[in-house]
Design a protein. Structure first.
Length: 253
């Protein structure tokens, strides 16, 4: 395979998966890690990829947010493992927040039926999953519904959160890095997530490994705001160590 062909394949994989990693590419393309790093540098200079720790992301991801259905179709096994690991953080009784997102929706699907819980959500999708459960009191935050993520945002979501205090908030994110904190492409969603952090005694972030080390437009918190990050075994060891050094425990599911 010529260098140009290899680089085209790297771009294709990055756009398909949302991220590429040096070691995985080296194995798949039967070249050295150093060759892949040179390719990534070339592609970054060409303006099609952006280098991140351990790999690269397509430039379309910077400020771009895939629709809910697209996000729900990737990393399914990892998200299910993360959701099951998060069950250990669900209180025996009390109140929790479930942020809008594909991983938090999987947690909603596996919430135990033997606990009396109040669940605050800003997602009609998650409210529908939980609404018929006799052991749950579901509070759906109002507001403008974002079509891309089906999350409620703006004042009608923010004002109720200012008067709530829950035991645990389970949040999703698009990016998580020690340098930039917790980030998402949309400022309105960032404002709701920040309010959720303020409304919770404990904050648990559910994020697959592709989110760790990335950053987006709007910041809604810092790593030190987290009590726990639950991710998958694909997370980079150095990045996980940085998160723990910043004060958040890391669980790999």
């Amino acid at each position: 395979m010529y260098a140009e062909e290899r680089q085209q394949e790297i771009v294709r994989l990055a756009r398909s998966n949302g991220r590429v990693e040096v070691g995985t590419l080296a194995d798949a393309l039967a070249v050295t890690a150093e060759t892949i790093r040179r390719d990534l540098t070339t592609l970054e200079r060409a303006g099609v990829l952006r280098r991140v720790h351990g790999g690269a992301i397509p430039v379309e991801r910077i400020g771009f947010e895939p629709a809910l259905a697209a996000r729900d179709s990737v990393l399914i096994d990892e998200k299910e493992r993360i959701a099951k690991a998060a069950l250990a953080e669900v209180p025996a009784e009390g109140a929790i927040i479930l942020d809008a997102g594909t991983t938090t929706a999987r947690l909603a699907e596996v919430l135990p039926s033997d606990r009396e819980l109040t669940v605050v959500v800003n997602s009609p999708v998650i409210a529908t999953i939980l609404g018929t459960r006799a052991n749950l009191n579901v509070l759906l935050l109002g507001g403008r519904l974002r079509g891309r993520t089906l999350a409620t945002v703006d004042d009608w979501a923010l004002r109720p959160l200012a008067d709530l205090y829950v035991d645990v908030a389970f949040l999703g994110t698009n990016g998580c890095s020690v340098e930039r904190g917790l980030t998402t492409p949309d400022p309105a969603e960032a404002a709701v997530k920040a309010a959720m952090i303020r409304a919770a005694r404990r904050v648990v972030l559910l994020a697959d490994h592709t989110k760790i080390g990335n950053d987006y437009l709007a910041r809604f918190g810092s790593v030190s705001d987290l009590d726990l990050l639950i991710t998958d075994i694909g997370v980079d060891d150095e990045l996980a160590g940085d998160v723990e050094a910043a004060g958040a425990r890391v669980v790999r599911a």
